[in-house]
Design a protein around this ligand. Structure first.
Ligand SMILES: *Cc1c(COP(=O)(O)O)cnc(C)c1O
Length: 394
């Protein structure tokens, strides 16, 4: 597969990825790339990363069997429990890795963007623990929708900057964080919260998140003495999915599904599914599939889950789509909400709205009875309770 062997240095996954950034950021990205490559082979950095993943984040996360879901569907379903991480989702794996790296690089200040607030909370948490200044950019609209997470970040000592440009959501927060970084690049590290952005982010974030798939593969093999037939993860920018898939892409017998946010239905145009219904272009420093109109303008997105509500996607997913290794599908708000409710009632697991999209795929009868399915449960639903109580009649 072209580009697979050397992406760590070339910054390309096939034709996707790259670095479409202002000149001032190039030296910073070069430095970041070098420092990451060094740290990722440095036993003392790795030991510290692993120690904190274990003692602070709570890893390894368990693998849970899902007997009721298995009975209902006829498949044999297992769940990787990223919802049990400290702060409630996988985001903290990446925030921890990048903040440790920033500290080692002597950076005095961390900035981050956030949509629903999960990445902002994870980053603010790690910054509190490591005693680094933290500034989080968040769209005004999202600040309003996610007031509790804004409070959480402030309680953790972070400064939250509301962004009032554009649609006042995640992509605007990303633009604003990039602008801050260009100005303050000497003493500041920008912690991007997903496997998107300019090289080395898509590669580095995947590496920090790859612990998900490495653990899941080991746990599954130990318990079942074989690999699953099917793996499923939801895809926003793509960090939990790529971290989960990476350990399995070489297992060619295993079918992998990435689930995007279908919103009101891909055919309505109101969704957040660039891989299912977009075409390649440049956004936030990287060439990848994205939602754009005929003039190349970025389209408005729609999804019940703020964490999937992004018009772009990480470059490696674009490559995995075009190479056919992973199948990307869109699950609608309604399908996700059905799965959300069903999983709570029958397995005692309340997933994040994002993660509920991965479970939404079970309603489609895609596999033969007995198929072994492993789902990545990327986060828990606490943050979505207020919205859920408005949407569901109980
Ligand atoms: C942010 C988030 C996502 C989407 O981000 P990815 O980078 O695609 O993983 C998915 N699930 C949860 C619980 C999240 O908080």
């Amino acid at each position: 597969m072209v580009g697979m062997a050397d992406y760590a240095t070339s910054g390309r996954f096939g034709e996707f990825g790259g670095r479409y950034v202002p000149e001032t950021l190039v030296p910073a990205l070069d430095e970041l790339e070098q420092e990451f490559n060094r740290a990722w082979q440095d036993e003392s950095f790795l030991a510290e990363f692993r120690r904190l993943l274990h003692d602070y984040v709570g890893r390894p996360t368990p693998l849970t069997e899902a007997p009721r879901l298995s009975e209902l569907t006829g498949y044999q379903v297992s769940i990787k429990r990223e919802d049990l991480n400290h702060t409630g989702a996988h985001k903290i794996n990446n925030a921890l890795g990048q903040c440790l790296l920033a500290k080692q690089m002597g950076k005095k200040r961390i900035i981050a963007e956030t949509g629903a607030g999960q990445h902002g909370v994870a980053t603010a948490t790690i910054c509190a623990m490591l005693d680094i200044e933290c500034v989080v950019y968040m769209g005004e609209e999202d600040c309003e929708r996610q007031k509790l997470n804004v409070f959480r970040m402030k309680l953790l000592g972070a400064k939250v900057v509301p962004v009032s440009s554009g649609t006042k959501t995640l992509k605007d927060a990303l633009n604003e964080a990039m602008r801050d970084w260009v100005t303050n690049v000497r003493d500041t590290h920008y912690v991007i919260g997903t496997a998107a952005g300019p090289h080395p982010y898509p590669y580095m974030v995947r590496e920090f998140q790859s612990v998900i798939g490495i653990e899941a593969r080991e746990q599954y093999l130990e318990r079942h003495k074989c690999l699953p037939d099917v793996g499923i993860a939801c895809v926003g920018g793509g960090s939990n999915a790529i971290g989960f898939f990476h350990a399995f892409v070489g297992d060619s017998a295993m079918k992998l599904y990435g689930v995007e946010a279908g919103g009101l239905g891909v055919e309505t145009g109101r969704h957040a599914a660039p891989l299912s219904a977009g075409r390649p272009g440049v956004l936030h420093g990287s060439y990848s599939y994205l939602m754009q109109d005929e003039d190349g303008q970025i389209m408005a997105t729609e999804s019940v889950s703020a964490g999937l509500d992004y018009p772009g996607v990480g470059a490696e997913h674009s490559f995995l789509k075009d190479s056919g290794r992973v199948e990307y599908v869109a699950v609608t708000d309604n399908e996700a909400l059905n799965a959300f409710r069903w999983l709570a009632e029958n397995e005692g697991l309340i997933p994040a709205f994002e993660s509920a999209h991965a479970f939404g795929l079970f309603q489609r009868g895609l596999w033969t009875p007995g198929t072994r399915v492993l789902v990545n449960l990327s986060g828990r639903g606490d943050k979505d309770m207020e919205r859920a109580s408005q949407l569901l009649e109980l």
